[in-house]
Design a protein around this ligand. Sequence first.
Ligand code: SAM
Ligand code: SF4
Length: 334
Amino acid sequence: MTAPLIDPFQRAITYLRVSVTDRCDFRCVYCMSENMTFLPKKELLTLEELDRMCSTFVRLGVEKLRITGGEPLVRRDIMTFFNSMGRHLESGALKELTLTTNGSQLERFATDLYAAGVRRVNISLDTLDEQKFADITRWGRLPQVLRGVDAALAAGLKVKINAVALKGFNEDELPTITQWCAERGMDLTWIEVMPMGDIGNEDRLGQYWSLKEVEAAYANHFSVTQLDERTGGPARYVRLEETGQKIGFITPLSHNFCESCNRVRVTCTGEIYMCLGQEDMADLRAPLRSSESDGPLEDAIRAAINLKPKGHDFDYSRQRLDGQMPRHMSHTGG
Ligand code: SAM
Ligand code: SF4
C-alpha cells in the first residue's frame, strides 16, 4: 500500500486542482489583462506528463480531480487527457473528475466529457446581460456560453454556475441569475473577488462586493436555510426554500477555512502550490522529466506536502484590492 498524502497539520490531501493551460479565449477584467503574454509551449506539461502527474496523485490518495486553466477546453486535444483519466474512475481510485470552464467550448465537448466520466461541471458566468458579458469578459459572447450551458445540461451533466460578485455590476441581477439557475436545476456559487495578478490599467468594471451583503440580499428575496455542509474548501452553503437550490459563498479573504483544507493546486508548468493564498510552491516538472519512473515525482510531491502551510495570509483590513498576489488566477486556476 502506498502511504497517503498527509500534511504536517494532519490534513489528508484528497483533492487536486490542475491547470492544463494558461491560455484563454476570454480576457475577464478581474482575471487577465487585455494583452497577456502566454507561456511558450515547451514550458507546459505535455498531455502525457499531465497524465503521469495526475495518475501519481491518484495513486497517492487523491480522489477528486478538478481540471481548470486558463480555459481548459481550449487546450489542444484535451479530450485525450479526459478520456485517459476515465480509467481511474473505472478502477474506483478516483471518485470524481470535474472541470471549471467558461462554457465557451461546451457545445462542442459536453457529450464527450460525459462519455469520459465527467458528471459535474462548474461554469463561470457573471451576468445574463449580453453587453455586460462582453464588457466583463472583453472577448466573450454570451449566446455561445448559453448554448454551452444548454449542451452541458442536455448531455446529462450537473451544472453549477460560479459568479464573481461585483458591486455595481451584477448586484442587481441576483434575483434574475438565481431564478435562471433554478429553472435549469443548477446550483449557484458567488465568489468574492480576489486581489490577484496585474490586470492592467483599466478601471475595474465592478468593485468588491462583500458576500455578507450578497447573503443579506438573498434574505430580502427568499427564505434562506443555513446548511452545515463543508467540502474542505472555502465555500459555505445555504438553501433557498422557494427553489430548493443550493447557493454557495466562496469568501477566501474573509473566512478562515484553512484547518479543513484538503487540496493542492498544480499549474500548467508543473508547479505545485500548497496554498492559494501563499507563494510557497515547488517544481514537479523537473522530477517528472528527470526519470521515466514516477519515483522522483512521488518524492517531490511528498516533500511539497510536507511544506503545506497552516493557512493563508490574506487580510482584507490591511490590504489593497489589487496586486496583492503577484500571480494571476489563470496561473493556478482559482
Ligand atoms: N476559465 C475557466 C473559468 O473561467 O471558469 C477556469 C479558470 S478561472 C481562473 C476559474 C475561476 O476563477 C472562475 O470562476 C473565475 O471567475 C474565477 N476568478 C478569476 N479571477 C478571479 C479573481 N480575481 N477573484 C475571484 N475569482 C476569480
Ligand atoms: Fe479566462 Fe476564466 Fe480567467 Fe475569464 S476567469 S479570463 S474565462 S481563465
